[in-house]
Design a protein around this ligand. Structure first.
Ligand code: SF4
Ligand code: SF4
Length: 535
């Protein structure tokens, strides 16, 4: 259907089937680029927000297709499948249009058929590359969108897991407790300065970690329906029985599949929160966030606000908040402050984060007395795996927390606990100030990760390598070797690559300057080959 529409646009602009092949080719490229930029780019941009399938046309069907292809992924695939369908439509329409133009230039014969097919195939590849490139430029680099793209966030925040324990577990940490409570803005509630993030928590193990954290003085628990596919809310629900009254529980307006799009009916908003209450085994939550909010439309959706007001009047929720760590963070936070509808905001905030963020936090506090919750505080959390940094890993997490909490405008930080050790390691930093040693350690962490960290899900350089090397895999195997201490595994996996980095030394390096993380790819590939090769 999309391909047919695209084809008719091409035919109309190109003057019908008699158009010359070269003109047809250029037209198909131009229209593919426009479609990639204006149609697929915004869809890809929105896909990264993690929206519920209902946010996309035919979302349920598209999500079903995505799940059939990749059943292990726990989030909505509707947007990604829609983007792929658009690129395929662009390729198919370009193929048909250019083939028809090529065949119209000569008498029908087998040769002309082959010529048309070859031209069409070339046009399909070129059109999908042009459409895809413009789509990525818009979604990742913010071209045409005031520079608001996902690249900085993807490399700095989503590119790493906030999950690993320190390799050491000193006795001094054991039995650590919360030592400070802070006022959560105008909610007036005093909450533990280090609070329980539950994004990776589920099952009996998750339940026992929640119990232990509560026993050590944690009072703020942050969860969401889409954490561990509702497993987080279920585990918390079992753990908090009998202790509900001394806890402050925050969840999100979303489903286990993703975030609700603007325009979702009031009844649906209410239903998803009531589903959370059932899983949590409580009659109310203290705070409901608009989850991972990147769009003013979603932040200010009148239906969501009406649902919140009704739920509040019914005693099912007390306060409204939003969470954001996305390209529009400053704009979304500013609008939230202006609206005066929100009691709390939850933002990605760690050492060295965007300078403008401190101003936004100060405004939220000064103008609206909002509570401020910091998340993603470990800046990629590579500390446990870095060679030469392992001994400092526990001290790093604690230094990073102290840095965040040294801002008096921050009410508390939320960090993901999912190993029993986290309770000791993280709570050890509660109520303490950053020292000169902490600041030095944070600086060292920044130095160590600069220009060396190849985040998962990037791949921006791959199309620039004529040898089609799996550059990201090579760097991952090197990380296994150097940072994780899995030398054998790193070498074995490198050895199993079809093509390795031995070719880099003699290459003209078109990969140069293509890495958004600042990696000198050729040099690092050559070094990696020396490190990982078996002989
Ligand atoms: S230097 Fe290596 S990674 Fe870079 S383009 Fe050449 S072969 Fe590919
Ligand atoms: S080396 Fe390639 S995959 Fe890794 S961060 Fe740089 S561009 Fe991305």
């Amino acid at each position: 259907m999309c391909a047919v529409t695209f084809m008719s646009i091409l035919a109309a602009i190109g003057g019908g089937p008699a158009v010359r092949p070269i003109r047809a080719f250029l037209l198909s490229l131009a229209i593919a680029a426009a479609a990639g930029f204006w149609l697929a780019g915004p869809v890809l941009y929105r896909s990264f927000i993690g929206l519920d399938p209902s946010a996309f046309p035919a979302g349920t069907l598209l999500d079903g297709i995505g799940r059939a292809l990749l059943p292990s992924l726990g989030f909505s695939m509707a947007g990604v499948v829609l983007v792929i369908a658009m690129l395929l439509a662009i390729a198919a329409a370009s193929f048909a249009f250019v083939r028809r133009a090529s065949r119209s230039q000569v008498d029908p014969s087998r040769r002309s058929f082959l010529t048309g097919a070859a031209s069409g195939a070339g046009a399909a590849v070129a059109a999908s590359a042009a459409g895809g490139a413009l789509m990525m430029a818009r979604a990742f680099y913010g071209v045409g969108n005031e520079g608001r793209g996902w690249r900085p966030q993807a490399t700095e925040i989503f590119g790493a897991k906030v999950e690993n324990t320190s390799p050491t577990w000193p006795d001094a940490w054991k039995g650590s407790r919360v030592r400070a409570y802070r006022r959560l803005g105008r909610t007036g509630v005093e909450v533990s300065d280090i609070s329980l993030g539950t994004g990776a928590l589920q099952g009996a193990k998750g339940e026992s970690i929640v119990r232990e954290a509560i026993e050590r003085g944690v009072t703020y628990i942050d969860t969401a329906p889409d954490y561990s596919g509702a497993g987080s809310e279920n585990a918390i629900g079992r753990a908090i029985q009998g202790q509900r009254d001394r806890l402050f529980i925050a969840t999100k307006f979303c489903t286990p599949q993703g975030h609700l799009p603007p325009g979702t009916p009031v009844a649906r908003y209410k239903q998803v929160l009531e589903d959370s209450l059932k899983r949590l085994g409580t009659d109310h939550v203290d705070l409901a966030h608009v989850h991972s909010c990147d769009e003013i439309d979603r932040l200010m959706d009148p239906n969501m606000h009406e649902a919140f007001d009704q739920l509040k009047a019914e005693g099912k929720v007390r306060f409204l908040g939003f969470s954001s760590h996305t390209p529009n963070l400053v704009q979304v936070a500013s609008r939230a402050i202006e609206s005066n509808r929100f009691d709390v905001m939850m933002l990605a905030y760690h050492h060295g984060i965007w300078p403008s963020l401190g101003d936004v936090i100060a405004r939220a506090r000064r103008e609206r007395d909002m509570g401020v919750v910091a998340m993603k505080t470990l800046k990629g959390a590579r500390h446990n795996g870095l060679a030469g940094f392992r001994e400092s890993a526990g001290a790093y997490s604690q230094a990073a927390f102290r840095w965040v909490l040294s801002n008096p405008e921050v009410s508390c930080l939320v960090v993901s606990f999912y190993e029993p050790q986290h309770v000791d390691e993280y709570l050890f930093a509660s109520g303490s100030e950053p020292s000169a040693r902490d600041h030095a350690l944070l600086r060292r962490y920044d130095e160590v990760i600069a220009g060396s960290y190849c985040p998962p899900h990037c791949g921006a350089c791959l199309d620039h390598c004529p040898e089609q090397l799996a550059i990201h895999d090579v760097f991952r195997f090197r990380m296994y070797f150097e940072d994780y201490g899995w030398e054998k595994r790193g070498m074995a996996q490198y050895g199993a690559l079809g093509k390795n980095a031995s070719v880099c030394a003699g290459c003209a390096a078109p990969c140069l300057g293509q890495c958004p993380a600042g990696i000198a790819i050729q040099d690092r590939m050559i070094e990696s080959h020396e490190l990982l090769r078996l002989a």
